[in-house]
Ligand binder design. Structure first.
Ligand SMILES: N[C@@H](CCC(=O)N[C@@H](CS)C(=O)NCC(=O)O)C(=O)O
Length: 204
Protein backbone atom coordinates (compact mmCIF):
# COMPACT_ATOMS: atom_id res chain seq x y z
CA UNK A 1 0.00 0.00 0.00
CA UNK A 2 1.23 3.51 -0.85
CA UNK A 3 -0.23 6.96 -0.29
CA UNK A 4 0.02 9.29 -3.26
CA UNK A 5 0.10 12.72 -1.69
CA UNK A 6 1.61 16.18 -1.65
CA UNK A 7 3.09 17.53 1.58
CA UNK A 8 0.91 20.64 1.46
CA UNK A 9 -2.51 19.06 0.92
CA UNK A 10 -4.69 19.30 4.05
CA UNK A 11 -6.71 16.29 2.86
CA UNK A 12 -3.54 14.23 2.46
CA UNK A 13 -2.40 15.45 5.87
CA UNK A 14 -5.65 14.19 7.37
CA UNK A 15 -4.96 10.73 5.94
CA UNK A 16 -1.30 10.83 7.05
CA UNK A 17 -2.39 11.69 10.59
CA UNK A 18 -4.89 8.83 10.59
CA UNK A 19 -2.15 6.45 9.38
CA UNK A 20 0.17 7.68 12.16
CA UNK A 21 -2.51 7.43 14.86
CA UNK A 22 -3.31 3.92 13.75
CA UNK A 23 0.38 3.02 13.47
CA UNK A 24 -0.04 1.84 9.89
CA UNK A 25 3.19 1.95 7.95
CA UNK A 26 2.44 3.33 4.50
CA UNK A 27 5.13 4.85 2.27
CA UNK A 28 4.39 8.16 0.57
CA UNK A 29 4.59 8.62 -3.18
CA UNK A 30 4.98 12.37 -3.54
CA UNK A 31 2.93 13.98 -6.28
CA UNK A 32 2.05 17.62 -6.81
CA UNK A 33 -1.00 17.57 -9.08
CA UNK A 34 -0.38 21.10 -10.36
CA UNK A 35 3.10 20.36 -11.62
CA UNK A 36 4.19 18.90 -14.95
CA UNK A 37 5.25 15.34 -14.33
CA UNK A 38 2.37 14.58 -11.99
CA UNK A 39 1.00 11.10 -12.63
CA UNK A 40 -1.97 11.39 -10.31
CA UNK A 41 -4.50 11.16 -13.17
CA UNK A 42 -3.25 7.60 -13.73
CA UNK A 43 -4.66 6.80 -10.28
CA UNK A 44 -7.55 9.21 -9.84
CA UNK A 45 -9.50 10.51 -12.85
CA UNK A 46 -10.20 13.66 -10.86
CA UNK A 47 -6.49 14.39 -10.74
CA UNK A 48 -6.47 15.03 -7.01
CA UNK A 49 -4.44 13.83 -4.05
CA UNK A 50 -4.62 11.93 -1.78
CA UNK A 51 -4.97 8.53 -3.42
CA UNK A 52 -4.38 5.25 -1.62
CA UNK A 53 -2.72 2.78 -3.99
CA UNK A 54 -3.46 -0.75 -2.86
CA UNK A 55 -1.11 -3.72 -3.27
CA UNK A 56 -3.37 -5.23 -5.95
CA UNK A 57 -3.11 -2.03 -8.01
CA UNK A 58 -6.58 -0.75 -7.15
CA UNK A 59 -7.00 2.76 -5.80
CA UNK A 60 -9.04 4.56 -3.19
CA UNK A 61 -9.94 8.25 -3.18
CA UNK A 62 -10.94 10.73 -1.84
CA UNK A 63 -9.64 11.40 1.69
CA UNK A 64 -12.96 10.59 3.35
CA UNK A 65 -13.16 7.21 1.62
CA UNK A 66 -9.53 6.46 2.50
CA UNK A 67 -10.09 7.38 6.15
CA UNK A 68 -13.14 5.16 6.36
CA UNK A 69 -11.18 2.29 4.81
CA UNK A 70 -8.33 2.72 7.30
CA UNK A 71 -10.73 2.95 10.22
CA UNK A 72 -12.38 -0.30 9.14
CA UNK A 73 -9.01 -1.98 8.56
CA UNK A 74 -7.52 -1.45 12.00
CA UNK A 75 -8.99 -1.33 15.50
CA UNK A 76 -5.95 0.65 16.74
CA UNK A 77 -6.88 4.18 17.91
CA UNK A 78 -10.54 4.26 16.98
CA UNK A 79 -11.22 7.62 15.30
CA UNK A 80 -14.88 7.20 14.45
CA UNK A 81 -17.38 6.64 17.28
CA UNK A 82 -18.55 3.01 17.29
CA UNK A 83 -21.44 3.02 19.71
CA UNK A 84 -23.54 6.03 18.82
CA UNK A 85 -24.95 6.71 15.37
CA UNK A 86 -25.63 10.29 16.43
CA UNK A 87 -22.03 10.84 17.47
CA UNK A 88 -20.78 9.14 14.30
CA UNK A 89 -22.80 11.37 12.00
CA UNK A 90 -21.81 14.46 14.01
CA UNK A 91 -18.15 13.50 13.66
CA UNK A 92 -18.58 13.11 9.90
CA UNK A 93 -20.25 16.50 9.73
CA UNK A 94 -17.29 18.09 11.51
CA UNK A 95 -15.10 16.51 8.87
CA UNK A 96 -17.32 17.82 6.06
CA UNK A 97 -17.20 21.33 7.49
CA UNK A 98 -13.44 21.30 8.03
CA UNK A 99 -12.83 19.88 4.54
CA UNK A 100 -15.21 22.47 3.11
CA UNK A 101 -13.15 25.25 4.68
CA UNK A 102 -10.11 23.75 2.94
CA UNK A 103 -12.03 23.57 -0.36
CA UNK A 104 -12.88 27.29 -0.15
CA UNK A 105 -9.41 28.33 1.04
CA UNK A 106 -7.83 26.22 -1.72
CA UNK A 107 -10.04 27.91 -4.34
CA UNK A 108 -8.73 31.28 -3.18
CA UNK A 109 -5.14 30.05 -3.50
CA UNK A 110 -5.78 28.74 -7.02
CA UNK A 111 -7.52 31.96 -8.06
CA UNK A 112 -4.58 33.95 -6.72
CA UNK A 113 -2.25 32.05 -9.07
CA UNK A 114 -4.09 33.28 -12.17
CA UNK A 115 -2.84 36.42 -13.92
CA UNK A 116 -3.94 39.47 -11.90
CA UNK A 117 -6.26 40.74 -14.67
CA UNK A 118 -8.07 37.38 -14.79
CA UNK A 119 -8.71 37.07 -11.07
CA UNK A 120 -12.25 37.61 -9.83
CA UNK A 121 -12.57 39.60 -6.60
CA UNK A 122 -16.20 38.46 -6.46
CA UNK A 123 -15.21 34.79 -6.60
CA UNK A 124 -12.55 35.30 -3.92
CA UNK A 125 -15.06 37.09 -1.67
CA UNK A 126 -17.57 34.27 -2.23
CA UNK A 127 -15.00 31.69 -1.14
CA UNK A 128 -13.77 33.87 1.74
CA UNK A 129 -17.36 33.93 3.03
CA UNK A 130 -17.28 30.14 3.28
CA UNK A 131 -14.01 30.25 5.23
CA UNK A 132 -15.31 32.95 7.58
CA UNK A 133 -18.67 31.29 8.22
CA UNK A 134 -16.96 27.90 8.53
CA UNK A 135 -14.60 29.18 11.22
CA UNK A 136 -17.49 30.82 13.09
CA UNK A 137 -19.38 27.52 12.96
CA UNK A 138 -16.38 25.53 14.24
CA UNK A 139 -16.06 28.04 17.09
CA UNK A 140 -19.74 27.76 18.03
CA UNK A 141 -19.77 23.96 17.73
CA UNK A 142 -16.64 23.55 19.87
CA UNK A 143 -17.82 25.87 22.63
CA UNK A 144 -16.30 24.72 25.93
CA UNK A 145 -15.71 21.15 24.76
CA UNK A 146 -12.36 19.48 25.22
CA UNK A 147 -12.65 17.58 21.92
CA UNK A 148 -14.76 18.41 18.87
CA UNK A 149 -17.40 15.71 19.15
CA UNK A 150 -17.71 16.25 22.90
CA UNK A 151 -16.61 12.72 23.79
CA UNK A 152 -13.10 11.85 22.70
CA UNK A 153 -10.30 12.65 20.27
CA UNK A 154 -11.62 11.66 16.85
CA UNK A 155 -11.54 12.30 13.13
CA UNK A 156 -13.44 15.54 13.87
CA UNK A 157 -10.38 16.92 15.69
CA UNK A 158 -8.03 15.67 12.98
CA UNK A 159 -10.02 17.30 10.17
CA UNK A 160 -10.43 20.52 12.15
CA UNK A 161 -6.72 20.64 13.00
CA UNK A 162 -5.81 20.09 9.33
CA UNK A 163 -8.12 22.92 8.23
CA UNK A 164 -6.66 25.31 10.83
CA UNK A 165 -3.13 24.25 9.86
CA UNK A 166 -3.93 24.89 6.20
CA UNK A 167 -5.16 28.39 7.00
CA UNK A 168 -1.93 29.07 8.91
CA UNK A 169 0.06 27.76 5.96
CA UNK A 170 -1.74 29.66 3.18
CA UNK A 171 -3.15 32.68 5.02
CA UNK A 172 -0.78 33.46 7.92
CA UNK A 173 -2.28 36.95 8.14
CA UNK A 174 -5.71 35.54 9.07
CA UNK A 175 -5.96 35.98 12.84
CA UNK A 176 -8.39 33.15 13.56
CA UNK A 177 -6.72 32.54 16.95
CA UNK A 178 -7.61 36.05 18.11
CA UNK A 179 -11.22 35.70 16.96
CA UNK A 180 -11.74 32.13 18.13
CA UNK A 181 -9.65 31.38 21.25
CA UNK A 182 -11.24 27.97 21.84
CA UNK A 183 -10.02 26.85 18.41
CA UNK A 184 -6.56 28.12 19.36
CA UNK A 185 -6.59 25.96 22.52
CA UNK A 186 -7.69 22.93 20.50
CA UNK A 187 -5.03 23.56 17.85
CA UNK A 188 -2.30 23.80 20.50
CA UNK A 189 -3.35 20.46 21.98
CA UNK A 190 -3.38 18.85 18.54
CA UNK A 191 -0.03 20.35 17.53
CA UNK A 192 1.59 18.56 20.48
CA UNK A 193 0.63 15.15 19.09
CA UNK A 194 3.43 13.45 17.12
CA UNK A 195 0.99 12.70 14.26
CA UNK A 196 0.38 16.44 13.80
CA UNK A 197 3.95 17.55 14.49
CA UNK A 198 5.32 15.12 11.87
CA UNK A 199 2.95 16.32 9.13
CA UNK A 200 3.20 20.12 9.36
CA UNK A 201 3.27 21.50 5.78
CA UNK A 202 6.77 22.53 4.70
CA UNK A 203 7.60 26.24 4.59
CA UNK A 204 6.24 27.69 1.33
N1 LIG B 1 -12.34 16.03 -1.59
C1 LIG B 1 -10.98 15.67 -1.92
C2 LIG B 1 -10.19 16.95 -2.17
C3 LIG B 1 -8.79 16.65 -2.70
C4 LIG B 1 -8.13 17.90 -3.30
O1 LIG B 1 -8.79 18.86 -3.68
N2 LIG B 1 -6.80 17.85 -3.36
C5 LIG B 1 -6.06 18.95 -3.97
C6 LIG B 1 -4.74 19.14 -3.25
S1 LIG B 1 -4.98 19.96 -1.73
C7 LIG B 1 -5.72 18.57 -5.40
O2 LIG B 1 -5.20 17.50 -5.61
N3 LIG B 1 -6.01 19.46 -6.34
C8 LIG B 1 -5.65 19.27 -7.72
C9 LIG B 1 -6.76 19.68 -8.64
O3 LIG B 1 -7.86 20.08 -8.17
O4 LIG B 1 -6.57 19.57 -9.85
C10 LIG B 1 -10.38 14.85 -0.79
O5 LIG B 1 -10.87 14.96 0.34
O6 LIG B 1 -9.45 14.06 -1.02
Amino acid sequence: MKLIASLTSPYARKVRIVLAEKKIDCPLQLDIPWEAGSTVTDFNPLGKVPVLLMDDGSTLYDSRVIVEYLENSSPVSRLLPQDSKRLLIETRRWEALADGICDAAGSIVVEGRRPADKQSAEWIAHQQGKVDRGLAALFAMLGERHWCNGEAYSLADIATGCALGYLDFRFPQLDWRGAYPNLAVLEEKLAARPSFAETVPPAA
